[in-house]
Design a protein around this ligand. Structure first.
Ligand code: HEC
Ligand code: HEC
Length: 239
């Protein structure tokens, strides 16, 4: 058979394959999920990137960026949180707009914060599926390797609080820690270990203007911190 003839014979098969691929239920679900994100989430969340490149744009951001959600979140957490959202940033986004001076220190002004929209189970599943496909930072994740392991909470909190000063901005219990960053007592169930490691290594690689400082944390300490955050979230997950 000549190569041309073979091509002619294969042509219908090729077409049939392409048609089945485009019409497959997985693809249909994916595009329904993306349509849902566009319709119900894109008014507040950036789904396409890039992250804000000026302080002004950062402060004007209505909600965290989701264009790398698939690099960041555990899918089970997303599915569950989207049905029963609870506050992650104690003072919302942007935090300085939602704090007021208290007797000793700043307090969250609850009256200015609104609850996050909740989805039904079917939509939460669709949204989580679609979010997991948004992976703009596979490159950063590929650089991390967090071996499984444990650390005692006392050693962990020494590193987190005393050595590195992370507590100034992050809560490690619902009523304990700083207000300007996301709470970290559920980070272990919310976030992928490689994301935590990469963000601690270089926050500005993810979000160029973010105010979390790059503390040039060593590889050993990064792994200790991830293990500590995983230990904190044990038994306290939103799942
Ligand atoms: C009215 C604005 C608004 C809309 C609409 C909205 N969100 Fe949000 N979303 C927020 C804010 C503000 C936060 C930060 C909440 C916090 O930290 O407690 C947030 C947080 C999140 C988070 C956690 C992000 C992180 O980095 O911690 C996810 C995931 C999320 N939203 C998904 C969605 C999805 C999916 C939709 C659409 C179904 C949606 N949101 C619609 C404002 C919105
Ligand atoms: C000056 C305040 C500040 C300090 C100090 C700080 N962070 Fe952060 N951190 C932030 C902010 C702000 C974010 C990102 C907020 C956002 O995405 O809305 C963040 C994000 C994170 C995240 C990702 C959490 C998530 O849900 O997106 C982790 C993990 C984290 N920090 C760990 C640490 C560790 C470990 C230290 C100490 C080495 C530390 N941070 C020190 C402000 C701080």
């Amino acid at each position: 058979m000549s190569p041309n003839n073979l091509l002619l014979r294969l042509f219908p098969v090729l077409i049939a394959t392409i048609v089945t691929m485009t019409a497959s239920p997985v693809r249909a679900g994916e595009s329904a999920g993306m349509a849902l994100l566009e319709r119900r989430c894109a008014s507040c969340h950036n789904l396409t990137g890039p992250a804000p490149t000026t302080i002004h744009a950062l402060w004007a951001r209505k909600a965290p960026d989701l264009f790398y959600a698939g690099n960041k979140f555990r899918k089970a957490w997303l599915t569950s949180w989207l049905q029963h959202p609870v506050r992650i940033r104690p003072a919302g986004e942007f935090y300085a707009n939602h704090v007021k001076p208290g007797p000793n220190r700043d307090m969250v002004d609850e009256s200015t914060l609104t609850p996050h929209p909740a989805l039904n189970a079917a939509d939460a599943n669709l949204a989580a599926e679609a979010l997991m496909t948004l992976r703009a930072h596979d490159d950063l994740i590929a650089k991390e390797n967090v071996p499984p392991g444990t650390i005692s909470k006392s050693m962990g909190s020494l590193v987190f609080d005393k050595f590195l000063g992370c507590m100034a901005c992050h809560r490690i219990r619902p009523d304990f820690g700083g207000l300007s960053g996301p709470e970290l007592y559920t980070a272990g169930s919310r976030l992928k270990p490689a994301f935590m490691a990469s963000y601690i290594r270089s926050p500005q690689s993810w979000d160029p203007k973010i105010w979390m400082p790059n503390k040039h944390v060593s590889d050993t300490r990064i792994v200790q911190l991830v293990h500590y955050l995983q230990a904190l979230s044990k038994g306290k997950s939103h799942e």
